[in-house]
Design a protein around this ligand. Structure first.
Ligand code: SAM
Length: 364
């Protein structure tokens, strides 16, 4: 991967923060299933395919024309990607797919290379056409095309069935960092990431806790998410510090009830009726289970808040992501009134855009 991960992480995510077979949050579900095997991200696959430079150039010109033809139509329709963003994504696709991406750079477009030379690629030429057609015609998210997303200092495997981690969620990791700094009890305790998706938060939190005795348990109701999160945990060699469990919210955590030092979650919080209005990349492709927070988006947040009171030990820290100011305030009010005395130092922290998105606090 040659592009700056920060640039790519921030720019590629025009995705807004989606199958209502979702369960009642309070329902007890712990299941076991043999998970599907996650796909290796494109950039990590062997360059086992060949095409001539002229064939690749032809594909590249076609793909650029496809991207240019979009103009601002997706942007106008549902805040989707415009041509400049699609062209940037195309460059990233070239970087991930070609062993030597420079053969398609503008400087080499004239005659530096013989058009008949074979070029090594990580997917066959037919797939490159298919992938880009999916991007433009089906609005399939770029991250699902290449099978990964750059997030913080991580490159996480993602695929259909797993939410693409968003840049704003990175702030939760900073909040955890602040909480454990100078608090060795928290740093060396047991943490939980509820609704782990790709495993982003669990992996990042484990890295913040460091090599002491701190551990993270990540849970998700989706077998695909559990498989992908486990794969990412292995890719970062953190199997001894992060355990991934399948099940609904706190159900897989009965063995650590009242013993958690920390709890983080970015639960589904989009009001059900708003989902169809999100950009097509999200509404048509990302899992509804990861987005749908019920009528006002608060179902899971309230469930997590109730559970935090019994799962955290006194002094234990929590950080929840919400949709924004309204949900954050509602959650804070709920803690202040319905759960009076259960928590202290309850605080709301904004995201990069100033949206009041994160609710944090400690168990009394
Ligand atoms: C908004 S996504 C967050 C994913 C990941 N933490 C991130 O920030 O990228 C919410 C996650 O909650 C999971 N989820 C939904 N309902 C759940 C439940 N009842 N129990 C556990 N996880 C659930 C979804 O499968 C999804 O992975």
């Amino acid at each position: 991967m040659k592009s700056s991960s920060l640039t790519r992480a921030v720019l590629s995510t025009v995705l807004q923060p989606v199958f209502s077979t979702r369960p009642n949050p309070g329902r007890s579900i712990v299941c076991s299933a043999s998970p599907p095997k996650p796909r290796t991200p494109l950039y990590q696959r062997p360059p086992a395919f060949r095409a001539t430079l002229s064939e690749l150039k032809k594909w590249h010109v076609w793909a650029k024309n496809q991207a240019a033809s979009v103009g601002s139509s997706f942007l106008d329709l549902d805040d989707g990607p415009d041509s400049p963003l699609l062209l940037r994504e195309l460059n990233w696709l070239v970087e991930d797919a070609l062993e030597r991406p420079s053969v398609l750079s503008p400087q080499n477009s004239s005659s530096n290379y013989d058009d008949a030379i074979p070029v090594s690629i990580r997917a066959c030429l037919y797939d490159l056409y298919k992938l880009w057609k999916q991007r433009i015609e089906e609005r399939r998210p770029f991250q699902y095309l290449v099978g990964c997303e750059h997030w913080r200092d991580l490159i996480l495997s993602v695929e259909e069935g797993v939410l693409i981690p968003r840049p704003e969620t990175e702030i939760i990791v900073d909040l955890v960092d602040d909480a454990v700094r100078g608090n060795e009890k928290l740093r060396n305790g047991i943490w939980a990431d509820l609704g782990t998706g790709s495993g982003a938060l669990a992996i990042a939190v484990a890295r913040i806790l460091g090599v002491g005795s701190g551990r993270v348990i990540a849970t998700d109701l989706s077998p695909v998410a559990v498989a992908v999160a486990s794969y990412n945990v292995e890719r970062y060699n953190l199997q001894d510090r992060v355990a991934v469990r399948l099940g609904s919210w706190f159900d897989p955590l009965e063995d650590v009830k009242g013993e958690l030092s920390g709890l983080v979650s970015n639960p589904p919080y989009i009001p059900s009726e708003d989902i169809d209005g999100l950009q097509a990349e999200v509404s048509k492709h990302e899992p509804r289970l990861a987005l749908d927070g019920g009528a006002n988006g608060m179902n899971d947040l309230i469930h997590l808040c109730n559970g935090a009171a019994s799962m955290l030990k006194p002094g234990g820290f929590f950080a929840f992501e919400t949709n924004g100011e309204t949900q954050s305030k509602r959650l804070m009010d709920y803690m202040d009134t319905k759960m009076k005395g259960s928590f202290y130092s309850i605080n709301i922290t904004p995201d990069f855009a100033g949206i009041q998105r994160f609710v944090t606090g400690y168990r009394a």
